[in-house]
Ligand binder design. Structure first.
Ligand SMILES: [Zn+2]
Length: 312
């Protein structure tokens, strides 16, 4: 069954690899093209992510380096990989093609410069997370004090993103930033978060957050990272992940749930879901709990319908 996956960190791995590796076939990648195709992933989001180790002055250059690798390593050598620059392309992909979405995970790289954000959007970024886990000029991330929220520059950022119909990703925000941003953002999504009721982690959504997100038109894409699935153990099964899908589906409606693996951004994996080539194992487990139509909704249709509903 075809899968749409709203988050991976392949670009980060491609930038760090020495000697260089190829997106098409590198065994080091959890989400190489070969593995994505083996797992029937038809649309994959590629996040630009700049780590805390990069000094602020170098962050934008580093972001552009990842954009450059998206072009030269993901797109150019692979004519079957199609850059989604207009959301309508998601409906016209042909058999055997992989749709590639470029996203920004945290606005740290832009400092306080909207022109830098515009440059990234012009390069084809379609989805923007305002923070990673820490504070930046826009807001506060999941590992910061939950009482500090959106900053004045963040309001300008949201305005620009709304003007350009960019989807705003709330997955890494802390509590206060989340609630500040929700009423302001035009197009919302949580690209890789689970249910906090089942796994008490600041990266997961509380019931209240999940309900409010969906009320604002947002969708929730579950993440395959063990610490966000089950507390106190790395022994995490696909069944444990499916419990989050079931819980969230019951809470907010199955039509608002999707997938966001986080492959190549995770150092631990779910048993049987170690890389993108094993994605159909998740589909098989979903079949034990949902009808074929429902599994199809989670795997791909909900996101297609999201794009349609957003009118973007
Ligand atoms: Zn992340």
């Amino acid at each position: 069954m075809k899968i749409i996956d709203l988050h991976c960190d392949v670009l980060g791995k491609l930038t760090k690899a020495d000697p260089p590796i190829k997106f098409s076939s590198a065994i080091q990648l959890q989400a190489s093209k070969e593995k994505l195709q083996a797992g029937q992933v038809v649309i994959q989001d590629f996040a630009i992510f700049i780590g805390e180790d990069v000094p602020q002055a170098d962050k934008f250059t580093e972001a552009m380096r990842q954009v450059e690798l998206f072009y030269t390593n993901v797109l150019q050598p692979n004519p079957d990989v199609i850059h989604i620059t207009d959301w309508k392309q998601v409906y016209t992909l042909k058999e055997g093609q992989l749709g590639a979405i470029l996203s920004l995970e945290g606005c740290d790289a832009i400092g306080e410069d909207l022109l830098k954000l515009q440059t990234l959007l012009d390069a084809g970024v379609k989805l923007v997370g305002l923070t990673w886990n820490f504070e930046n000029s826009v807001a506060y991330g999941a590992e910061e004090n939950p009482n500090q929220g959106l900053k004045p520059f963040g309001k300008e950022v949201i305005e620009l993103l709304n003007d350009r119909d960019i989807i705003i990703d709330v997955s890494h925000l802390n509590e206060k930033s989340y609630w500040d941003i929700l009423p302001l953002a035009k197009h919302l999504i949580a690209s890789h978060s689970n249910a906090r009721a089942l796994c008490n982690h600041t990266r997961n959504l509380s019931d209240e957050q999940a309900i409010a997100l969906v009320k604002q038109g947002g969708h929730i894409h579950v993440v395959y990272y063990p610490p966000f699935i089950k507390e106190g153990t790395d022994d995490v099964t696909i069944d444990d992940l499916v419990k989050h899908v079931k819980y969230l589906a019951e809470l907010v409606g199955i039509e608002h749930i999707g997938l966001g693996s986080d492959f190549d951004g995770i150092d631990r994996t779910v048993i049987g879901l170690e890389n993108a080539s094993q994605s159909q194992n998740l589909i098989l487990t979903l079949f034990q709990h949902f009808s074929e139509d429902e599994v199809k909704m989670i795997a791909n249709e909900n996101f297609l319908r999201y794009i349609q509903k957003q009118g973007i």
